[in-house]
Structures are given as C-alpha cells and as structure tokens.
Ligand binder design. Structure first.
Ligand SMILES: Nc1ncnc2c1ncn2[C@@H]1O[C@H](COP(=O)(O)OP(=O)(O)OP(=O)(O)O)[C@@H](O)[C@H]1O
Length: 480
C-alpha cells in the first residue's frame, strides 16, 4: 500500500493522459489485427519484453542482451513475413475503424435461405461455391473478387451462379445476412488423395477449409451433389435436413465466436491488458529504480522593472539535486531544466529572492530533491552615468635621491555607468597599482582602471586604459 502511494505521488494529469492515450493506441492495434497471425507474434514479442525486463532486474546481462536481439529480429520478421497480412488488414479497414470503430456484431446467417438456394442450385445443376467465414479472417488467404453488398436471398444465389452471369465463376462469400463478395478465387489444395471426380471447384473449397476456419459449400455442376468442407472434413450432404443441421452447427459456432457478450468480454480483457501493460511500461520508465543526479543550472530572471538593472547577484547558477528512474536520469541534460526567478516585486537595492519549487521547470518524470542555495541576493538599481576623476595608485618607494615632481593622466577623468545608490558613494576611480621602485627617470606608463565593485562599467566604447605621464627629478644634495 505504501509502495502504491509512493508510486502515485507526483503523478500529473499529463502522465494520466500519457498512459490512457498509449493504452488506447495499443488497444486499437489489437482490434485492427485480432484474429490474424500478426497479433500472435506481437503477443510473443510482448512476452519476450517482459522476460527481458525481468532479466535486467535480476542482473542477467547476457540474457537481457540476447532477448533484446531476438526482439529486434522478431520485429523485422513480422514486417517481412506478414507484410501481405498487414497490407490486407490495413486495406480492408476504413478510416473510422482505425481510430474509434467498434467491431460490428455478427448478424445471424439465415440458414434456411442458404439451404433453399443450395438445393435449388443442385436441382438445376448449377455449379456453385459458397463460403461462410467464421472467426479467422480469410482476406489474406483468398484473392478478393468483386465486392457485392447484397442481402442474401434464394434468388440472389441463383442469379449469381447462373451461367449467363459474368460473376458465376469463383466463390460467393456470405457474412451474416449479406453476400459481401463474388467471383473470389480460393487457394487450391495440394492434396493427392482426393477422389478423381473432385475438380478445381472442390479442390478450391478444400484449399480454403485447410487454411481457415470457414465452412465451404460446393454444388457440383456435373453431378448436382452438395458437399460441405470444413477443416479437413468433406461432408457429403444427402438432403436439405442434413445441410440445415451442418449450417446450424456452424452458425452456432459463429454466434458463439462473435456473440456480443463474448466479444465484449474479449475486448474488455484486451483493454485491461493494454492499460496494465502501458501502465507497467510507464512506471518502469518514469518510476523505475531511483537514481540521483546533481546539475548546475543557470538562473534566468524575468519580469524585472525596465527602469532597473541587475547590478549583482549572489550566484548566477544554482545546484539542483534531481531524482528519477535510472534511464530518465541518464538522459537528462542541464538545458532541459530551467530556473526562472520572478523579479516583479523586486525593488531598487538588495533583494532576497527565494528559489521556489514553482520557479523550476523539470522534464516529466523527474523530481526535485534539493536546491542549493535556496535564496539569491539580487542587487537592482537605476542605472546612471557619472564622470569621475582618476587617481594613480602608486605603490613602493622611489630611490632616496629621487622626487616625483609631476604626474599627468591622459585622460584624467572617466565616464562610468552604475547603480545610482552605489555611485553616490564613489568619488574617484583608481588605476591599477603603479610600482615606483624601478622608476629612475621620467616617462609614460599605460595602466588599466580598477572598477570596483564589479558591476561598475565604463561608458560604452571607452577603453579601460589610460596613460600616466610622470616626471622625476634628483633631490638636491643636502648642503653641508
Ligand atoms: N481457385 C478457384 N477459386 C474459386 N473457384 C474456382 C477455382 N478454381 C475453379 N473454380 C470454379 O470451378 C469451376 C470449374 O470447376 P471444375 O469443373 O473444374 O471443378 P469440379 O470440382 O469438377 O466441379 P464440378 O463438379 O462442378 O464440375 C470454375 O469455372 C470456377 O467457377
């Protein structure tokens, strides 16, 4: 319970959307590919992934590498081996079914109409091939014929298989109470043990029965006989009662397979598995074994009064200790973390700005552990200009027999820019130290100015160097 609370604390609404959205995408993929071999391969890959995670958790390095390799190869195999199946699924679905369509409930096949139609075809010796698919799709096995959206009726069956009709060759496919396709080409069986009177029509029926769970009815043109093919069985039908019985059995399976309750249960379980899977993946990334990192992040100031300038801050960057799952922490960069301090309430002078949690923007899944320092001192002031005299900062001592007679500075004043408060107390700018010890004659020395405090600046374009022209003379010898 405690672990659950730990896991869910700090869960943002974006995280919930993240989990739900990806679960829905996974669920839609399931709905799109269910009943095909692709979904079985994807499930196998999912199992491998769980194994791989377990191996990583247990520290089985080579095993986890090996499984990773198998997963990569399996993903490639799916695309290559099942490319036709994938293409066929994508082609046969419309836009709606990709995103929100719920699979339609199978409408019950009207068995009596088929029985009547088939026996009428047999009586008239009209060859016919009728397919009643069950749960597995047959799109990938047959060569699709001509789409035919027509309500199933005895007359419709007779007219489709009438010799004069252009679509009488091939098979008619019935789904629910609709004939959905005619002139479909079925795969021929390669069996060698078939009776000699089984020509290509029968072979095609056997071929489809072998490769799917569909039931196929054949009306022989030559013999006027009805045969039903299902799985590996060929059932010779002697009368319409027998045919009704076989069809009802198949229709019962179809209803059970596509019954609303069963379908709702299957989709409900699939939805729960998708949600659980994505939640597991999300938590393993976002809340996996916790790791720590310390980042030095530069501070950005915002909402400053435009009449004030920042003349100094106690630090320009802040050290943040962050925690999160190992994989997230490993990939984090300092430019993904931002610290924005609000100076809207700051006034001229020294301001203490606390570094609040809200002013730190972190990537999703990363938590803040520690901030150092927790407060910044920011000195704001109105910038002003001031012209100040320059003083040479002599150091050391001239030789005893020499006197510094004159020193001229070029220029002898300088324009500086700084905060108004600070400049109030500054009356002179000093040069860097000029040693007297080595001076023996007059001359010129080029020196730089010392700008103290560091927020003090020279006016734009001014050079931080001046010339000091000095003269020395010999001290008159003491009169004896
Ligand atoms: N692969 C196929 N898929 C769908 N229909 C096929 C296929 N091959 C043949 N047919 C259908 O079977 C007809 C040919 O039947 P054929 O006489 O060769 O078979 P049969 O098994 O002897 O049947 P019948 O007893 O009716 O003569 C074709 O005109 C066509 O309508």
């Amino acid at each position: 319970m405690e672990t659950l609370t730990q896991l869910t604390t700090g869960l943002r609404w974006q995280d919930v959307v993240d989990i739900l959205l990806n679960s829905y995408i996974l669920f839609r993929l399931y709905v799109l590919f269910r009943g095909t071999n692709v979904i079985r391969m994807i499930m196998a890959i999912a199992m491998l992934w769980i194994l791989e995670r377990t191996a990583v958790y247990m520290g089985l390095i080579v095993t986890s590498w090996a499984i990773q390799g198998i997963i990569a190869a399996a993903a490639l195999i799916i695309i290559i081996v099942f490319r036709n199946e994938i293409a066929s699924v994508l082609q046969t679905r419309n836009f709606k079914s990709f995103f929100w369509g719920i699979p339609q409930r199978q409408i019950q096949t009207p068995v009596d109409i088929i029985v009547e139609g088939v026996y009428e075809l047999a009586r008239r010796k009209l060859g016919a091939l009728i397919v009643l698919p069950l749960k597995k799709g047959i799109e990938t096995v047959i060569q699709s014929g001509i789409p035919w959206k027509g309500k199933l009726s005895r007359e419709m069956l007779l007219s489709i298989f009438w010799h004069g009709t252009p679509v009488h060759d091939g098979a008619a496919i019935i789904q629910g109470d609709q004939i959905v396709e005619v002139a479909a080409i079925l795969p021929l069986s390669k069996r060698t043990d078939l009776p000699s009177y089984f020509g290509t029509r029968h072979r095609a029926a056997i071929g489809l029965a072998e490769q799917s769970d569909a039931l196929v009815i054949v009306v022989s043109e030559e013999r006027g006989r009805v045969t039903v093919f299902k799985d590996d069985n060929a059932i010779n039908i002697d009368n319409n009662i027998e045919l009704r019985h076989v069809l009802q059995e198949h229709a019962g399976e179809a209803t059970a397979a596509s019954g609303l309750k069963r379908q709702a249960l299957e989709l409900g379980i699939a939805a729960m598995i998708c949600l659980a899977g994505i939640t597991g993946i999300w938590f393993s990334f976002a809340r996996g074994l916790e790791a720590l990192v310390t980042l030095e992040v530069p501070v950005e100031f915002m909402n400053r009064d435009p009449n004030l300038e920042i003349f100094s801050a106690s630090a320009s960057s802040v050290s943040l200790q962050l925690s999160g799952s190992g994989s997230l922490i490993k990939s984090i960069r300092s430019d993904q973390v931002k610290i924005k301090l609000d100076l809207a309430n700051a006034v001229a002078g020294l301001n203490q700005i606390p570094i609040a949690r809200e002013s730190i923007a972190l990537p999703p899944g990363i938590q803040l552990k520690q901030v150092d320092p927790q407060m910044l001192e920011v000195n704001l002031d109105r910038p002003v200009q001031k012209t100040l005299p320059i003083q040479p900062d002599w150091t050391g001592k001239l030789a005893d027999n020499l006197i510094l007679e004159d020193a001229r500075l070029v220029p002898d004043t300088v324009k500086v820019v700084g905060g108004s408060q600070m400049l109030k107390d500054i009356h002179t700018i000093y040069t860097e130290k000029i040693p007297l010890d080595n001076i023996t004659t007059g001359g010129t020395v080029s020196v730089s100015l010392v700008l103290q405090p560091s927020s003090l600046k020279l006016e734009d374009g001014l050079k931080n160097r001046i010339d000091v022209i000095y003269k020395v003379r010999r001290r008159p010898a003491p009169s004896s």
